[in-house]
Design a protein around this ligand. Structure first.
Ligand code: PLP
Length: 208
């Protein structure tokens, strides 16, 4: 379980960490970097980026996160690879897949997933771990299940292609049971842990 702490202050992360949670997700690079500064003393904490990433923030992301779950193009993977330190752990990466069609512009088309996953796995200092997706939140239960199923098919296609994937990140507070039933290995839970989010200011939304 990834605890999604976007928009919540460092003290909220500290409280959830005290309960034993170690893995936290953030959507906006700069917000996360500011938050991390106040939490450097927390043992074992791990940060994963789950928001869309602009190329010009790849360096900051590669140096402040343990995972980036939103790699949806090769040039972004190349930037992350180049920015990750030569020493130390590889950056864990998920390929983000768009299974909702027109509903979001982020994520690669399902038919292109294996190609991008192969390219990512060939880059130095990146460790391909699997697939991430965000289904259309307006979908009814049947359509939602279909989108989770397509994500799992992408995940299995990568494994069938010989890529060492172990992570299928899908499901949020409102649909985690369905996601798990369809094979999620990671659910990203925000409001069910931290409570309702204040609406982000337009400026914060404009970029990750
Ligand atoms: C905000 C967010 C979540 C968590 O959503 P909740 O509905 O609050 O659980 C999960 N994944 C992504 C990509 C998000 O942006």
């Amino acid at each position: 379980m990834l605890a999604v702490s976007k928009t919540f202050p460092a003290e909220a992360v500290r409280a959830v960490h005290a309960l034993g949670q170690r893995v936290f997700g953030e959507n906006y690079v700069q917000e996360a970097v500011a938050k991390q500064r106040g939490l450097a003393d927390l043992p074992g904490i791990e940060w994963r980026l789950i928001g869309p990433l602009q190329g010009n923030k790849a360096r900051l992301a590669a140096t402040h996160f343990d995972w980036v779950e939103t790699v949806d193009r090769e040039d972004l993977a190349r930037r992350l690879s180049a920015a990750r330190a030569e020493t130390g752990r590889d950056l864990d990466v998920l390929v983000q897949v768009n299974v909702s069609g027109e509903a979001t512009k982020h994520g690669i088309a399902p038919r292109e997933v294996v190609g991008l996953a192969r390219a990512v796995s060939a880059l130095p200092r990146l460790a391909l771990r699997g697939i991430m997706g965000i289904p259309d939140p307006a979908a009814d239960a049947g359509a939602l299940r279909g989108q989770f199923r397509r994500l799992r098919e992408c995940f299995e296609a990568c494994r069938d292609a010989g890529l060492a994937c172990d992570t299928l990140s899908m499901g949020m507070s409102a649909d985690l049971e369905l996601a798990i039933a369809e094979g999620a290995t990671e659910v990203r839970i925000g409001s069910a842990i931290f409570g309702a989010r204040p609406r982000p200011a337009p400026a914060a939304r404009a970029s990750a």
